[in-house]
Ligand binder design. Structure first.
Ligand SMILES: Cc1cc2nc3c(=O)[nH]c(=O)nc-3n(C[C@H](O)[C@H](O)[C@H](O)COP(=O)(O)O)c2cc1C
Length: 349
């Protein structure tokens, strides 16, 4: 019934068993205090690979101690962390799966209690409104990054990518969405810089481009995914004033660095955002690289979007928590369990 979704496909150097991707999902209790993952994490990803997910995108992993925005976030900034991830990638590969590491630096959306006593880093010293996830304290006032600190963070991403290679990951996704550090540079609301990292759309995307270029050099451009969004976790009412121009700026920056795979994020895949077109339709209009769809997809809406050529892969988040045997259910026609956060967040274990 969902044959398009269930068919194997080749994306760059990946041979994926299905066109189904697991969306990145922070687990918050995935590791010890040093950011090192344990056997429970191995079992969690192995189970999804065993089910037949084509591409697993991990939970956000921080490339730096200062990039952590909640408890239990794993890292890829030490050798020890990379060695622990190796057990995960080996287990996934044994099941015939493919797994990429999502690198996630939260920028201003944190507090010194989580960053080893350091002030959060951000493009400008503008404090976010609201409370830090699980810590329940107000966000701290961030430090506006110096040019030296910008360079240092780019190098941290590069080093994390080297660790991802050592750990046996098949690729890396850069989390440039949801109001976190790279998105803070991209947005006119959080980036008030007057230097080359803040002048107009092109300047605001320079940090993104430098990270993609550095990470792509290490991992290979055909193994690199970029995630961006209008959606900002701390600014629920934020909307792009000119959606097409914003998207085109991302596409131009992506092309300039030679990126091939995009994963634009929305919670409402079918919702038009400009001129009657959805986020993914707007991207597809000008992007012939690989496009991953996400956001409230069902197996049938995902199949339609693949059939019509809007997307190449369909990512599912919450449905995979409610149905750890998601692929099996699609293959056998068993109904899916609907997601209920009160019940299903336990599947993050
Ligand atoms: C518990 C949970 C944790 C998430 N953590 C992340 C994350 O670490 N990185 C990220 O880019 N998106 C994260 N997301 C967003 C998902 O990747 C996905 O885009 C979103 O859930 C919409 O897809 P869905 O409707 O299929 O669930 C998270 C979502 C959930 C439900």
């Amino acid at each position: 019934m969902y044959s398009e979704l269930l068919q194997p496909t080749r994306i760059g150097s990946w041979h994926l068993r299905t066109r189904i991707a697991m969306a990145p999902m922070t687990r918050g209790f995935a590791c010890d205090a040093k950011g090192t993952v344990d056997e429970a994490v191995v079992a969690y990803y192995q189970r999804r690979a065993h089910d037949g997910i084509g591409l697993i995108i991990t939970e956000g992993i921080t490339p730096s101690p200062r990039g952590k925005g909640t408890f239990g976030v794993p890292g890829l900034f030490t050798k020890e962390q990379a060695n622990a991830w190796r057990k995960v990638t080996e287990a996934v590969h044994e099941e015939g799966g493919t797994i990429v590491a999502q690198l996630w630096h939260v920028g201003r959306l944190t507090h010194p209690d989580l960053t080893g006593g350091h002030a959060p880093l951000a493009p400008s010293s503008l404090r976010a409104e609201g409370l830090v996830h699980r810590l329940r304290k107000p966000y701290a006032i961030p430090e506006a990054m110096t040019l030296g600190e910008i360079r240092e963070v780019v190098l941290q991403y590069e080093q994390a990518a080297r660790h991802a290679v050592d750990a046996g990951f098949d690729g890396v996704e850069i989390h440039g969405a949801h109001g976190y550090l790279i998105d803070q540079f991209a947005s006119e609301i959080t980036n008030r810089r007057t230097d080359c990292y803040g002048t107009g759309r092109t300047g605001r995307l320079l940090f993104m481009k430098e990270i993609l270029a550095a990470v792509g050099e290490v991992i290979g451009m055909d193994r690199l995914i970029y995630r961006f969004s209008e959606l900002k976790d701390d600014l629920p009412d934020y909307r792009w004033l000119e959606p097409e121009e914003e998207i085109n700026a991302y596409l131009e920056a992506s092309r300039e660095v030679g990126l091939r795979v995009l994963h634009p994020s929305t919670n409402t895949f079918l919702q038009p955002i400009s001129g009657g077109l959805t986020l993914h339709e707007l991207v597809r209009k000008r992007w012939d690289g690989t496009l991953i769809g996400v956001g409230g997809l069902s197996p049938s809406s995902a199949t339609d979007a693949i059939q019509s050529g809007v997307i190449d892969l369909a990512a599912f988040g919450r449905p995979l928590l409610a149905n750890p045997d998601f692929v099996q259910r699609l293959r056998t026609g068993m109904p899916l369990v609907s997601y209920d956060s009160a019940i299903h967040l336990k599947h993050l274990l």
